[in-house]
Design a protein around this ligand. Structure first.
Ligand SMILES: [Zn+2]
Length: 89
């Protein structure tokens, strides 16, 4: 659980903001909430588990995404989105 160790360093009373590099995640992109451990899926569009606070787009590609957990209120900044290959569209 390297994630838990790294994220644990930021445990203070202010809202937790973590940075997560998606290129380090294997599989389908799910990752655990650094605060409460619930599974967060980028495919989840229900906004029950989390909602999107901020998006940064560069050259029509998603560069950065800030999400907030609804229950534990931790914020997670997602980086390292794969660059879409326009030729395949
Ligand atoms: Zn949480």
């Amino acid at each position: 659980m390297k994630f838990a160790q790294k994220w644990g360093e930021g445990k203070v009373k202010q809202p937790l903001v973590c940075e997560l590099d998606l290129t380090r995640i294997q599989g389908n992109g799910d990752f655990p909430c650094p605060n409460c451990g619930v599974t967060i899926s980028p495919e989840d569009e229900t906004e029950i588990v989390y909602r999107i606070l901020e998006t940064k787009v560069k050259s029509q590609a998603l560069e950065e995404l800030v999400i907030q957990r609804n229950k534990c209120a931790s914020q997670i900044r997602l980086i390292g989105f794969p660059i879409p290959e326009m030729d395949n569209l």
